[in-house]
Design a protein around this ligand. Structure first.
Ligand code: ADP
Ligand code: ZN
Length: 683
């Protein structure tokens, strides 16, 4: 066994390589250091405690906020042949008994517990008796009082760590510095964890923003181009989740809505369907989130602007966790910006928090109005440098920009001359010279700014105002509903000390129907469809979600590389020993078009390993010699499991060869030299 866990990585999990950042984290956790790892959603956090759990003695306790999430992980681990269990309120008595048995026998490697359990007095004693060697905390930001995922029971984890006196590894996808500091204080106290923060890029996610113009149509078009693929549409309001879901169904999609106002049972029903079904669209508020770890979500669309760049990143990050291509689209407009600002201003957070929230919203708006590669802007926010990505709408079609300094000055002057007391509509009337009743009543038709903005029509000015908001040149005044105020950031532009560029192409309404994106090349599509059908059949039979069998990414690799043997199949990412054993033959049959040669189970266990090759050569040698050198001797052969052991243990002399079960002196006499030759050749 290697120190870095790569053996287990390929044997148990079926992955050839670590994802960026995983190797260091696994090494640190496995060696017993306290760790806080901030990794993007879909970056592969679970592996960073699951693998060390297998490398370390004793049981690893995993604290995770959601029962559904725990059950999924336990199920996934069992599929991989790992002993794992959960103690949650949702357990059947049978499940709970099995967990206790595993604990007593010392065979359980991962024990998932719900945070509520920490409140019960017996838990600490139980864990101490169980020989816990490591605590892993998933979604560690739940300990932060300021996040919307706050879980009071998470505050007990620090005490548990001190009581058990074992290393703790905490994981989260939330990046901002305040939350990070809070996690460290609350979970680690005086201990000083090693912090890993990196790898925010999710290159398989395509990024796109569109200004709202016919928002419902925009969402429907986006979904139409991805028909049959699982997706999420995030909406700002509960009511909208219902209307968009209905509109999607009308266009022939399988879609349902989800929001926090629904009965718990109904919500669970949707969660269950989403996990289980291929190609369901869930139209939801952000209440649909943390519990979603379906790896094959192929797209996420925002029908409304998220509240911050972190929220955006987390929400789009739910797509494409399996690493296969996934698309995202975020719609926004002036109303969204106003709504989000007001939400922050009217919230209960203390002032410094509020100003940080405005900053996070600004970062998102900067991304929305970006003039170059969106990924560069997004990663730049997380402190990572990157090249233009080639996988965002702005890389596809670089935006047209214009010098907006004069337009901005005119707008600011209209705002200032009317006492910063009006909203965009009235200011645009003034700029375009529309003498409405309101304009005349206030005498605004005699202002010097009246009618100076003839270069744009009202729609054009709305786009200017939207971009001004997005660049935080003005904000709605929380004390005067809807009234726009200039910000400090605008002053240099007003004075002519600084210029600013805006996008021209988003000024007029243009619509381009997004093209459908295929997951594989045309020639591989029929095979991928056949593999998916097989997966669905197996999933239904086993009553598990399709991805529990294999993820999309694994099927895509199968369709593209078309392995012809079990050994080749074992090299496909996501095909571990257990799954190869269970499903390999079925999928190979789809790929090769006929039933594979029957493979002895002992040989199947070696598939994809160097020992598999050795086994084949030993088998060939033994067949040649089964009646001796001259072909006239008594028939002798070794069993498959004997050959398997030889291939695995690689004895170097006849004595040790003879000690292998099933060999014996006679067989050593017959095959010994030839076997040892094979083993020597293999180095
Ligand atoms: P998150 O960080 O969001 O918790 P998960 O742990 O659920 O992400 O991992 C996301 C997906 O990536 C899962 O399907 C997992 O099996 C897969 N994965 C994790 N590590 C690797 C790896 N080294 N190679 C390939 N796939 C991986
Ligand atoms: Zn790009």
């Amino acid at each position: 066994m290697t120190q870095d866990g790569t053996d287990l990585l390929s044997q148990v999990f079926g992955f050839d390589t670590f994802r960026p950042g995983q190797a260091e984290i696994v090494r640190a956790v496995a060696s017993g250091q306290d760790v806080l790892a901030i990794m993007p959603t879909g970056g592969g956090k679970s592996l960073c405690f699951q693998l060390p759990a297998l490398m370390r003695d004793g049981v690893t306790v995993v604290i995770s906020p959601l029962i559904a999430l725990m059950r999924d992980q336990v199920r996934g681990l069992k599929e991989l042949g790992v002993e794992a269990g959960a103690l949650t309120s949702g357990n059947t008595e049978e499940e709970t008994n099995a967990v206790w048995q595993g604990l007593h026998a010392g065979s359980l490697k991962l024990l998932y517990i719900a945070p509520e359990r920490l409140a019960s007095s017996g838990t600490e004693r139980m864990l101490r008796d169980a020989g816990v060697g490591l605590i892993a905390v998933d979604e560690a930001h739940c300990v932060s009082q300021w996040g919307h995922d706050f879980r009071p029971d998470y505050l007990r984890i620090g005490a548990l760590r001190r009581a058990l006196d074992v290393p703790l590894a905490a994981f989260t996808a939330t990046a901002d510095a305040e939350t990070r500091a809070e996690i460290i204080v609350r979970l680690f106290g005086e201990a000083d964890p090693q912090v890993f923060l990196r790898g925010f890029d999710r290159p398989n996610l395509s990024l796109a923003f569109e200004v709202k113009n016919q928002p419902r149509r925009q969402i429907l078009d986006f979904a139409a181009a991805r028909k049959g693929q699982s997706g999420i549409v995030y909406c700002g309001t509960r009511a909208k989740t219902e209307t968009i879901a209905a509109a999607l169904r009308e266009e022939g999609h399988s879609a349902c809505h989800y929001h926090g106002g629904m009965e718990a049972d109904d919500r669970r029903h949707v969660e269950g369907r989403f996990a289980q079904e291929d190609g369901l669209i869930v139209v939801a508020t952000v209440a649909f989130g943390m519990g979603v770890d379906k790896p094959d979500i192929r797209w996420v669309a925002h029908a409304d602007l998220p509240k911050s760049i972190e929220a955006y990143y987390q929400e789009i990050g739910r797509a494409g966790r399996d690493g296969a291509p996934a698309d995202t689209l975020t719609l926004y407009g002036a109303d969204d910006i106003r709504f989000r600002r007001q939400q922050i201003d009217e919230g209960l957070a203390p002032p410094e928090r509020r100003s940080a929230d405005h900053g996070r919203l600004n970062a998102l708006l900067g991304l929305a109005e970006a003039l170059g590669c969106r990924r560069q802007v997004l990663l730049g926010y997380f402190g990572e440098a990157a090249e233009p990505c080639g996988n965002c709408d702005l890389c596809d079609a670089p935006p047209e920009v214009f010098d907006a300094s004069t337009a901005v000055q005119k707008a600011l002057s209209a705002m200032l001359r009317t006492g910063e007391s009006f909203g965009a509509g009235h200011l645009i009337d003034i700029l375009t010279g529309r003498a409405t009743d309101k304009v005349r009543q206030r005498g605004h038709d005699s202002l010097p700014t009246f009618g100076v903005g003839t270069e744009f029509d009202a729609k054009g000015w709305q786009a200017v105002f939207r971009q001004m908001s997005a660049h935080d040149l003005m904000r709605p005044d929380p004390d005067r509903h809807g009234a726009l105020r200039m910000t400090e950031a605008a002053r240099p532009i007003l004075r002519g000390e600084a210029g600013i560029s805006f996008r021209k192409d988003t000024m007029a309404a243009t619509r381009h129907r997004p093209e459908a994106r295929a997951l594989v090349a045309e020639e591989d599509a029929p095979l991928l469809a056949a593999l998916k059908a097989k997966r669905r059949a197996l999933a239904e039979e086993a009553r598990v979600p399709a991805y529990v069998i294999f993820t999309d990414r694994t099927l895509i690799e199968m369709a593209e590389t078309r392995p012809q043997t079990l050994d080749a199949l074992a090299r496909v990412s996501g095909v571990g020993a257990k799954k190869l054993d269970r499903y390999g033959a079925a999928f190979l049959e789809i790929i090769t078009g006929d039933a594979p040669d029957a493979v002895h189970p002992a040989r199947r266990k070696l598939a994809g390993r160097a020992a598999g090759d050795l086994f084949d050569r030993l088998l060939a040698v033994q067949q040649d010699l089964s009646r001796g050198e001259d072909g006239t001797g008594k028939y002798l052969s070794c069993t498959h499991s004997t050959l398997k052991q030889i291939a695995e243990r690689r004895p170097s002399c006849k004595d040790s060869l003879e000690r292998i079960t099933g060999m014996g002196a006679q067989k050593v006499d017959r095959f010994g030299d030839a076997f040892l030759d094979v083993l020597r050749d293999a180095g």
